[in-house]
Ligand binder design. Structure first.
Ligand code: ADP
Length: 418
């Protein structure tokens, strides 16, 4: 499995759309089976919390065992940030999709465009906006739907994925790409691979993080269980999405915690930023999300100065405070009391995990101790040594480290060969 994991890691990075193939696979309509065998196209917008991408897929119209075999033709990144960032200017959310739709229209033959199923799936950025202001979320959706509706495609709707869907689709996608669900055999047939274990999925997004795996026991809590029939086989999965525990939102929670620890001061000493680093942030920008509770006497225009102290141990302690690892009696849990059966098998970590590990040159199945020492070395660098480009990844390494430590404490195996 290791060599496959390596190969697929590159592919995963390039596409960054772990839920999307799964979305196509699960939505390809039964009526497609009766079309004459030919190539079909599908379009999926992955409306993430930090950016939107359009993926163009192609598959043979005659399908295998009721689930399609899909390949990606092209990916297009929409300009600007995620659609939730257009809450105060929803028309711009629609406009941001046009360059990618234009590109798709150049790729899909004109006579097939009207038969091209097109979906938009939004993730935790929109879940948070809906929580904060459902009217604004609806306006953003109305505008993106209007923009897509102007193109000659078979638009089947825009929706906010639930956390369970996001987790499950990520699991399906990595296992599809790793060929643990279906494989092209020497007999030139798509077959269910024998003696191959599926992998668990760890997805670190910007606004949420997901864990999904096939547990060895019956899931005790129905809200975390999901069932799929794929390529003729049944899968019962455990899945949970932790809202606010994606990179962007978790770092916001961390900064808010540090601010509340000394709220009378206009300076926030930040142990996770390198020594010498400094930035200004307004109170309104810091407390603009349901993930952080604003102080009782808000002063939106007030400017706070964040000063890096570059203290890995203090950073680790501050991050730990974002997690409650206490479980109820007779219960196993992930964190914050969320039920989780004992982890089982190998896991594949992707999205934010991949970007951070890639930046640190840690995507070649390094041992756990090598990973930790590389992270420690990087954490001890001063701001002068860390370029602006590196900064964002510098932020995230701490989260990754905590995720790793949490996983290792709970005996998860994150592709660690040791
Ligand atoms: N090319 C990239 N390089 C580094 N980090 C990235 C890149 N693309 C996305 N990310 C990070 O990956 C995370 C997932 O982004 P996104 O898919 O927008 O979030 P979500 O899963 O919450 O919708 C974010 O923290 C984002 O900053």
């Amino acid at each position: 499995m290791d060599y496959k994991a390596k190969t697929v890691a590159g592919l995963l990075a390039a596409t960054c759309v772990f839920s999307i193939i799964a979305l196509i696979l699960s939505v390809v309509n039964v009526k497609d089976v009766f079309l004459p065998p030919s190539t079909k196209y599908g379009l999926v917008f992955d409306a993430g919390s930090t950016h939107t991408a359009l993926y163009i897929y192609r598959w043979p119209a005659d399908k295998e065992n009721g689930t399609g075999i899909v390949s990606q033709v092209e990916a297009c990144t929409a300009p600007g940030e995620g659609i939730s960032s257009y809450a105060d200017n929803p028309a711009e959310a629609g406009a941001s999709l046009k360059p990618c739709l234009d590109k798709a229209m150049k790729i899909i033959p004109a006579e097939q465009q009207r038969d091209t199923p097109t979906y938009l799936g939004a993730t935790a950025g929109m879940r948070l906006l809906r929580e904060q202001n459902s009217t604004k979320a609806e306006q953003v959706f109305a505008e993106v739907s209007k923009a897509i509706g102007k193109y000659p495609v078979d638009f089947r709707g825009a929706q906010i994925l639930t956390g369970n869907e996001e987790g499950s689709f990520g699991w399906i996608t990595i296992n599809y790409l790793l060929e643990t669900l279906v494989k092209y055999s020497f007999a030139e047939k798509w077959e269910h691979p024998r003696d191959t274990e599926v992998l668990g999925a760890l997805d670190l997004g910007g606004a949420s993080t997901q864990i999904t795996f096939q547990p060895g026991v019956t899931t005790e809590d129905n809200s975390t269980s999901t069932f799929f029939r794929l390529y003729g086989s049944n899968y019962s999965l455990y899945t949970h999405s932790y809202l606010c525990y994606g990179q962007t939102q978790a770092l916001k929670m961390l900064l808010a915690d540090l601010h509340k620890g000394n709220s009378s001061s206009q300076e926030i000493s930040h142990p996770c930023y390198p020594m010498g680093y400094q930035e200004n942030v307004t109170m309104s920008a810091l407390y603009n999300s349901p993930c952080v509770r604003a102080p009782s006497t808000p002063s939106p225009a007030q400017v706070l100065t964040v000063i890096g102290t570059g203290d890995p141990a203090a950073c680790s302690t501050a991050i730990r405070k974002l997690f409650n690892f206490t479980c109820g009696a007779n219960r196993t849990c992930g964190f914050n009391g969320v039920y989780q059966p004992p982890v089982r098998g190998q896991f594949f970590a992707f999205a934010g995990f991949y970007y951070t590990f890639h930046f640190l040159n840690l995507t070649s199945q390094q041992s756990f101790s090598d990973v930790n020492s590389t992270i420690q070395t990087f954490c001890n660098k001063s701001w002068a040594e860390v370029t602006q480009k590196q900064l964002q990844l510098h932020h995230t390494q701490w989260l990754v480290m905590v995720h790793q430590r949490t996983s290792s404490q709970k005996n998860a195996n994150m592709n660690d060969p040791d």
